[in-house]
Design a protein around this ligand. Structure first.
Ligand SMILES: [Zn+2]
Length: 49
Protein backbone atom coordinates (compact mmCIF):
# COMPACT_ATOMS: atom_id res chain seq x y z
CA UNK A 1 0.00 0.00 0.00
CA UNK A 2 1.38 3.34 -0.92
CA UNK A 3 2.00 5.91 1.68
CA UNK A 4 -0.91 8.26 2.09
CA UNK A 5 -1.04 11.66 3.71
CA UNK A 6 -3.17 12.39 6.71
CA UNK A 7 -6.91 12.76 6.19
CA UNK A 8 -6.68 16.12 7.79
CA UNK A 9 -4.46 18.98 6.78
CA UNK A 10 -3.22 21.74 8.96
CA UNK A 11 -5.20 24.91 8.59
CA UNK A 12 -3.05 27.43 6.79
CA UNK A 13 -5.23 30.27 8.00
CA UNK A 14 -4.27 29.86 11.63
CA UNK A 15 -1.25 27.65 11.23
CA UNK A 16 -2.86 24.78 13.07
CA UNK A 17 -3.47 26.72 16.23
CA UNK A 18 -7.23 26.84 15.77
CA UNK A 19 -7.49 30.52 16.43
CA UNK A 20 -6.70 33.63 14.53
CA UNK A 21 -3.96 36.06 15.45
CA UNK A 22 -4.91 38.41 18.24
CA UNK A 23 -4.07 41.47 16.21
CA UNK A 24 -7.24 41.06 14.20
CA UNK A 25 -9.25 43.73 15.93
CA UNK A 26 -11.98 45.61 14.15
CA UNK A 27 -12.40 49.33 14.66
CA UNK A 28 -15.06 50.10 17.22
CA UNK A 29 -13.83 47.86 19.96
CA UNK A 30 -15.05 44.70 18.38
CA UNK A 31 -12.56 41.95 19.00
CA UNK A 32 -12.48 38.68 17.16
CA UNK A 33 -13.55 35.72 19.23
CA UNK A 34 -10.25 34.15 18.38
CA UNK A 35 -11.72 31.03 16.91
CA UNK A 36 -10.52 30.42 13.39
CA UNK A 37 -13.45 30.60 11.03
CA UNK A 38 -11.76 28.55 8.36
CA UNK A 39 -11.22 25.43 10.39
CA UNK A 40 -13.75 26.16 13.10
CA UNK A 41 -11.13 26.32 15.79
CA UNK A 42 -9.89 22.81 15.24
CA UNK A 43 -6.62 23.83 13.72
CA UNK A 44 -6.99 21.37 10.90
CA UNK A 45 -9.28 20.84 7.97
CA UNK A 46 -10.64 17.52 6.83
CA UNK A 47 -9.72 16.76 3.25
CA UNK A 48 -12.72 16.61 1.01
CA UNK A 49 -13.03 13.28 -0.70
ZN1 LIG B 1 -7.77 27.60 11.19
Amino acid sequence: MRKRGPAEVKCDACGGTGHQPAHEIEPGGRIFPGCCTKCGGKGHISKAG
